[in-house]
Design a binder for this molecule. Structure first.
Ligand SMILES: [Zn+2]
Length: 410
């Protein structure tokens, strides 16, 4: 028997699928289509005529043996909703073993109502929080079918969260008091797929940080733990001529302008493979991402937001991935600066350049020259500073050259 909850889930799946039939036969009083068996009819011919599976036609009429139908007998013809329900149910049953394996292996969280609908009580221990939600809000149709997110993220890494929803509207997401931005990744018989990047910074506090998802009145909490990364502390002494660059009002004005720029999500991702190094190989990395920093004996209150390579002045700087130039000018603190928008809220930033060869609005491909290495702004020697920002958070750029988060371009 179809429970009312299961019916609601499937009804929403059907609505999401947009499956509609246009039967050419008069409808009965309850909206169902009826057919009277004629001489020469077989159940298979009738099923083919109405484009419904014969098993479903037999089931809808309580027919045990398809050969036993009688002329004059009235049959209920399953409507589009029943057909779609049966198709979805069959598809879910078919996918069940693979889904269960994935959930176990990758820590994907199944919504308890889906678990119940599919009759997998053995999986319910995987989603204790989802079960609690189901017990409290069982009357609310569950739009969220599954959530796939890491249970642990190391400071500075960028992770992804993927969800499947019965709603075409993406959920609102929050993590560490920052909004997440969900991008569509297509639709299939299971529902609508969305993905969001989860950036973490080198100074994010380690510990349990539940990620919150909200669709309409319903919220879910996804348990995530931030683990400490391995970062060193660097004491930097600036020559008197550069010390004036630490002027608080100048720092603040420049920072606010850049944060406003990084907060913009211009569109879908432009990268589809690992980022290339933005400089020729062979130069030493002089200061990795995440190094805690103290200037002129002051407190350790900041960290190195990018990754530095010691390259001579005049060495070409190359675009690490496709992007659009959104800033190309000399900044007070950061010197000669270029910012590339890679889409999906991901930006590459290059500071201290001696020459800039691009203009705002330029579309560049991986490997295109952006300008030259220099020693301008808050810098104590010629070097390349490359910084990656995700939803304004400075993340480890090296991850992006090895295993960048995958977001399919829809
Ligand atoms: Zn740097």
């Amino acid at each position: 028997m179809v429970t009312s909850l299961r019916f609601r889930i499937l009804l929403m799946v059907i609505l999401a699928m947009g499956v509609f039939f246009a039967p050419g036969v008069a409808h009965g009083q309850e909206g169902a289509t009826h057919y009277t068996v004629q001489p020469g009819d077989t159940l298979l011919l009738i099923a083919q005529h109405f484009h419904v599976p014969m098993e479903l036609l037999a089931q809808a009429n309580g027919i045990q043996d398809p050969n036993l139908i009688q002329v004059g007998q009235t049959l209920v013809i399953p409507d589009a909703g029943m057909v779609a329900q049966a198709q979805v149910q069959a598809r879910l049953q078919e996918m069940a073993p693979a889904l269960a394996r994935t959930w176990r292996a990758e820590g994907m969280w199944a919504m308890a109502p889906l678990i119940q609908a599919l009759g997998w009580p053995e999986l319910s221990h995987l989603a204790p929080w989802a079960t609690r939600w189901a017990a409290r809000d069982a009357h609310v149709p569950p739009p969220l079918l599954q959530v796939r997110a890491p249970t642990r993220i190391v400071q500075g890494r960028t992770a992804t969260i993927r969800i499947t929803s019965l709603s075409p509207i993406p959920p609102a997401g929050r993590f560490q008091n920052r909004d997440l931005f969900f991008l569509g990744e297509g639709q299939d018989t299971l529902g609508y797929h969305f993905v969001a990047l989860i950036p973490t910074g080198a100074l994010d506090k380690p510990g349990d940080k539940p990620l919150t998802l909200r669709i309409g009145p319903v919220t879910w909490q996804v348990p995530i733990t931030i683990l400490a990364g391995v970062y060193e502390t660097q004491h930097i002494v600036l020559p008197p001529s550069k010390g004036k660059l630490l002027a608080p009002d100048k720092l603040k004005a420049e920072r606010e302008r850049l944060y406003a720029l990084w907060a913009r999500i211009s569109g879908p991702p432009r990268w589809s493979q690992p980022f290339r190094f933005p400089i020729a190989e062979g130069f030493p990395r002089t200061s990795p991402y995440g190094t805690r920093r103290s200037y002129n004996g002051g407190p350790v209150a900041s960290f190195h937001a990018g990754s530095d390579w010691g390259a001579p002045e005049g060495e070409p700087i190359l675009a690490p991935a496709p992007g659009v130039v959104v800033l190309a000018e000399n900044l007070f603190v950061r010197g000669g600066a270029v910012i590339l928008d890679h889409g999906a809220g991901v930006y590459s930033n290059f500071w201290h350049m001696s020459r800039i060869d691009v203009h705002p609005g330029d579309v560049v491909q991986a490997g295109d020259t952006l300008g030259l290495v220099g020693n301008t702004g808050l810098s104590t020697g010629a070097h390349l500073h490359w910084e990656v920002r995700v939803n304004t958070v400075a993340v480890d750029p090296m991850q992006w050259t090895q295993t960048p988060p995958v977001v399919s371009n829809q």
